[in-house]
Design a protein around this ligand. Structure first.
Ligand SMILES: *Cc1c(COP(=O)(O)O)cnc(C)c1O
Length: 458
C-alpha cells in the first residue's frame, strides 16, 4: 500500500487553544463591533485571520535566537541575515525593517512622489496605502482571468503584459518602478510564472524602468513554479528563487510570511542608488542601518527561517495542508478562488451569500457567520478592504469579495482543517436564509478594515 503524505516535521512544543459557546461568541462579536480584528485571540478557537507572523519557528530558529547580537551598530546578526539574503536573492544591499509595510514606507519615501504611477499586479493593501497616501496611483495590471474565481489556470497571479505595456506607453515619465507581488495575495494567493517575470523584465527594459518584487511569499511562488511550470521540476527552490530575483532590481519583504518569523522585514536591491536613497529614510523611520527595527535575535531567527523555507520539504508540507482544506471544500461544494493559492483559501462570498447585497458586504458577513458558528476567525478580502476611491470617495465594488481563511505555517494539524471545513459547510447549508449583511458605522480614511466599526443588519 502506498504510504500517505505526512508532515516533514514533528512537534516539540504545544500551545493549548480553547473552544467557546455560541452565546459567548455572539457577545464577543458584538463587543468587537463585528470587526474580527477587534476580537481578543483567546476568544478565537482556530485562527485563520492571517498567515502573517503566526508561524511556528523551528528548534533551529529558537536556537538561533540565543545567538542574537544586540549591538547597536555592526551587529553580527545583521551580517548573518545579510549574507543569507545575498545568497538567496543575489541582491547585494540589504536594509532590515520592522515589517513589510515599513520596507515599503522606507523605499517608497525615496521613490514615490505625488503624481507617480506604480503599475503592478493587485497591489497589496499596505502597498496601495503607501502609494495612495503619497498622492500617487497604484495601477492594477493583473490578468483579467484572475477575476474569474472558478477558472483553473496555473499562474493566475500574472501581470497582463498588454496592460503593463499600455501603462508604460502612456505614463512612463511618471512611473518610478513596476511592482510585482509574488505570490499575488489580493488575487487569491496566486503565483506568478517565471515566464511572466521575464515578460515584465522585457517591458521594463524597453522603457528603462526597474522592477520591485513584493516578495512576502516568494518561496511559495517558487514552489508553484517548480511544480507547475515547464522546465523547473528538477530545479531546487533556491535555484528558482535566485532566478526570480535575477529578473528584478529590488524587493520589499514581509518576513512574517515566508521568513517564518513573528516580526520582521527588509528591503534588498542590487542598486547602490536605491540603497543610498532608502538609507536616508531608514534611520529616522526604523532605526540604524544594521538593525532597522529588528532585534539581533530576530535577525538570526530570520536568517535560519529564510534558509529552511526555501527547502522543498517544508513548502510541500505547507501547500499540501492548504490543498487538503481545499479538497474538503470541494467535497461540500463551497466555491473558492481556484486553483487554491499558496497560503489561504479565498471563499467566493458573492457566490455563497447571493442574497446579501454588495452594499452590505457579503464577505464580511460570511466571516462573522463562520466565527459565530465555530470560533473560526477568517478575514474579509473584499469591498471593505478595497477602501473608498481616493477621488470620488465611493465604495469600490469592482473587485472580488472574498473570505480569506489563512493557514498559519507549521501551526495547526489536518484535524483543525476538518473543523474549519465543517463549520463553513454548516454556514453554507443555511446560506439562503442569510439575506442581510452589515453596515459601516465608523471607518478610517485608509486601510479601514483594521478598525472599521459595523452594525449587523440581520
Ligand atoms: C503582508 C504583506 C505586506 C505587508 O507586510 P507587513 O509585514 O504586514 O507589514 C506587503 N505585501 C504583501 C504581498 C504582503 O502579503
Amino acid at each position: 500500500m502506498e504510504l500517505p503524505f505526512a508532515e516533514s516535521w514533528r512537534i516539540k512544543m504545544v500551545e493549548p487553544i480553547k473552544k467557546s459557546t455560541r452565546e459567548e461568541r455572539e457577545k464577543w462579536m458584538k463587543e468587537a463591533d463585528y470587526n474580527l480584528f477587534q476580537l481578543r485571540s483567546d476568544q478565537v478557537y482556530i485562527d485563520c485571520l492571517t498567515d502573517s507572523g503566526t508561524g511556528a519557528m523551528s528548534d533551529r530558529q529558537w536556537a538561533a535566537v540565543m545567538m542574537g547580537d544586540e549591538s547597536y551598530a555592526g551587529s553580527s546578526s545583521f551580517f548573518h541575515l545579510k549574507e543569507t539574503i545575498n545568497k538567496i536573492t543575489g541582491f547585494e544591499y540589504v536594509i532590515p525593517t520592522h515589517q513589510g509595510r515599513a520596507a515599503e514606507n522606507v523605499l517608497f519615501s525615496h521613490l514615490v512622489k505625488a503624481g507617480s504611477i506604480v503599475p503592478g499586479n493587485s497591489h497589496f493593501d499596505t502597498t496601495k496605502g503607501h502609494i495612495e497616501s503619497r498622492k500617487a496611483t497604484a495601477l492594477d495590471c493583473t490578468i483579467d482571468e484572475a477575476k474569474d474565481t472558478q477558472l483553473e489556470i496555473p499562474f493566475k497571479g500574472n501581470v497582463d503584459p498588454k496592460k503593463l505595456e499600455k501603462a508604460l506607453a502612456e505614463h512612463h515619465e511618471n512611473v518610478p518602478f513596476i511592482i510585482v507581488t509574488i505570490t499575488n495575495n489580493t488575487a487569491g494567493g496566486q503565483p506568478v510564472s517565471m515566464q511572466n517575470l521575464r515578460e515584465v523584465r522585457a517591458i521594463a527594459d524597453k522603457y528603462g524602468k526597474r522592477v520591485v518584487l513584493d516578495s512576502a511569499r516568494f518561496a511559495e511562488n517558487a514552489y508553484f513554479i517548480k511544480t507547475r511550470e515547464e522546465g523547473y521540476a528538477d530545479k531546487t527552490i533556491k535555484e528558482i528563487a535566485l532566478e526570480m530575483f535575477s529578473l528584478a532590481d529590488g524587493m520589499t519583504m514581509s518576513a512574517k510570511k515566508d521568513g517564518i518569523v513573528n516580526m520582521g522585514g527588509f528591503i534588498a536591491t542590487r542598486h547602490e542608488d536605491w540603497y543610498e536613497g532608502a538609507k536616508r529614510f531608514c534611520i529616522p523611520f526604523e532605526g540604524y542601518l544594521t538593525y532597522g527595527g529588528m532585534n539581533g535575535r530576530d535577525m538570526e531567527a530570520l536568517a535560519v527561517g529564510l534558509d529552511e523555507n526555501t527547502e522543498f520539504d517544508n513548502l510541500e508540507t505547507r501547500i499540501h495542508q492548504v490543498e487538503f482544506l481545499a479538497g474538503l471544500l470541494d467535497e461540500y461544494g463551497i466555491p473558492y478562488q481556484r486553483p487554491v493559492g499558496g497560503h489561504a483559501i479565498f471563499v467566493d462570498a458573492d457566490k455563497v451569500l447571493t442574497k446579501v447585497p454588495k452594499e452590505e458586504f457579503p464577505a464580511q458577513t460570511l466571516a462573522i457567520e463562520l466565527y459565530l458558528e465555530a470560533g473560526v476567525r477568517g478575514c474579509e478580502i473584499g469591498y471593505i478592504l478595497a477602501d473608498r476611491d481616493p477621488v470620488t470617495r465611493e465604495n469600490r465594488f469592482g473587485g472580488l469579495d472574498l473570505l480569506r481563511l489563512c493557514v498559519a505555517r507549521r501551526v495547526y494539524t489536518d484535524n483543525h482543517m476538518r473543523v474549519i471545513a465543517a463549520a463553513l459547510k454548516n454556514v453554507f447549508d443555511r446560506r439562503n436564509e442569510i439575506t442581510r449583511g452589515v453596515e459601516i458605522v465608523w471607518e478610517a480614511e485608509l486601510m479601514r478594515h483594521f478598525t472599521v466599526k459595523l452594525k449587523k443588519l440581520f
